[in-house]
Design a protein around this ligand. Structure first.
Ligand code: 2BA
Length: 108
């Protein structure tokens, strides 16, 4: 069994959970925050049998879109000068998925 931890954009998460559960996989959704943008995203946890991993990853691939967002960073050109807010475009991935070996899975 594998534990698949995937970080997805909030806007894709409801539909993704729907598609994951529709075919019988189980999922837990956790609200999370990206360290770079400091904005909300969603982390999904699923325990998946080895032979189903590719099917599960395909569902993620088909339901998460890459989008561009604007982030304002503070830049300074000369020491002692005021900080200048500078907008930059950041491409946020459809999903970042980690597939982790599960040593043991028990339900009580
Ligand atoms: P954030 O950390 O808020 O990052 C959002 C997007 O900002 C990233 O998209 C990436 O395109 C960009 N980015 C991140 N750090 C950067 C940096 N130091 N310089 C320039 N651009 C940077 P994604 O790579 O698609 O990541 C989306 C979210 O997935 C991340 O949100 C984070 O919450 C999570 N994530 C991605 N890779 C991760 C990893 N290796 N470990 C843990 N969480 C990860």
């Amino acid at each position: 069994m594998k534990l698949i931890v995937s970080i997805v954009q909030d806007v894709d998460s409801d539909n993704l959970v729907e598609e994951i559960t529709k075919v019988g996989f189980r999922v837990t959704k956790i609200s999370s925050t990206g360290g770079f943008l400091k904005s909300g995203n969603s982390t999904l946890l699923s325990g998946i049998e080895d032979e189903d991993v590719e099917d599960y990853l395909n569902i993620i691939r088909n339901n998460c879109k890459t989008r561009e967002v604007t982030k304002t960073i503070q830049t300074i050109n000369i020491p002692g000068q005021a900080m200048i807010p500078t907008p930059i475009q950041v491409k946020v991935g459809g999903a970042s998925a980690f597939v982790i070996n599960v040593e043991k899975f028990k339900k009580y």
